[in-house]
Design a protein around this ligand. Structure first.
Ligand SMILES: Nc1ncnc2c1ncn2[C@@H]1O[C@H](COP(=O)(O)OP(=O)(O)OP(=O)(O)O)[C@@H](O)[C@H]1O
Length: 263
């Protein structure tokens, strides 16, 4: 009987870097698909993959053969099954690279305080609109998409591409407006579209008062790089959703902090 192949355990620094990079990649991918059905498929594939490496190291020929064949077609299966997620991942990598570059340059030339001041000017109309909608009990759903993926947002939406302003946001969500039903999508510092029908979360542990607006706000952040402000028509409460989780009844100071980070 052959013993364990100890060459298997010989690591160089490059192997460590290799493993760390793969782990970071897998983590990013998992973040993108967390909360979606694709997450379960991903976990299933990861288990089979890990099992394959274990049986191969232990030289279990039969299982290695079966799982090996599965792995050979696995890469094609992954591309087919995760088509949408791979697309979003590549969009995110490209977008992040340019965003980081811009931020770094701005901070280098104008300093952190100036960047924060600029950011506040961007956020202010949104916060002012929320304050006013809270007072008038106007229901609203505003989504901040880090990447405006046309495949996700364009189908059900009314295209706008407008400058963000308090009065425009208020007009959109005003009850008599033809665009008030659905969500507004903000991306690249513009109101990209309005009246968007979003996917609803399937979570069962949400507060009883959460209806379709809250479910849509949470749903869009589960599978997309997005966050959402939900203004309740019933109570005027402001909630904030991100990565499928929701903070209820937040203050405007808190909202400002969250937007500063996410928008
Ligand atoms: N899939 C969807 N995507 C975007 N918006 C939606 C969606 N479904 C419903 N809405 C919006 O939610 C509104 C209905 O809200 P509903 O009363 O069910 O929600 P809620 O979470 O209880 O919020 P509220 O506290 O404001 O009543 C609709 O008029 C529409 O504007």
């Amino acid at each position: 009987m052959q013993g364990l192949d100890i060459n298997f355990f010989k690591f160089t620094i490059f192997d460590v870097i290799d493993v760390l990079l793969v782990a970071a990649l897998i983590y990013q991918l998992y973040n993108l698909i967390r909360g979606t059905i694709a997450a379960n498929i991903f976990i299933g594939l990861a288990v089979i993959c890990a099992l394959y490496f274990v049986v191969r190291a232990l030289q279990m020929q039969l299982l290695t053969g079966i799982l090996g064949n599965f792995m050979n077609v696995g890469i094609i299966a992954i591309v087919v099954v995760f088509q949408q997620e791979i697309r979003r991942f590549l969009l995110l990598v490209g977008k992040n690279a340019s965003l980081q570059r811009n931020r770094a340059w701005w901070q280098y030339f104008f300093g952190k305080a100036e960047v924060e001041k600029n950011n506040y000017a961007r956020i202010k109309p949104i916060i002012d609109a929320c304050k006013s909608m809270k007072q008038t009990r106007t229901g609203a759903l505003i989504v901040f998409a880090r990447i405006y993926d046309e495949q996700v947002y364009q189908n059900s939406c009314e295209l706008m591409d407008a400058r963000i302003s308090k009065r425009l946001l208020e007009s959109i969500f005003q009850k008599n407006s033809p665009l008030h039903d659905g969500a507004v999508i903000i991306a690249e510092n513009r109101i990209k579209s309005a009246s968007c029908i979003l996917p609803l979360t399937e979570k069962t542990d949400l507060p009883a008062q959460f209806g379709l607006r809250h479910r849509a706000g949470i749903g869009i952040t589960e599978a997309n790089e997005a966050s959402a402000i939900i203004v309740s028509e019933e109570t005027g409460e402001i909630s904030y959703a991100k990565q499928g989780r929701v903070k209820m009844n937040i203050s405007f100071a808190e909202l400002e902090k969250l937007l500063n980070k996410d928008f």
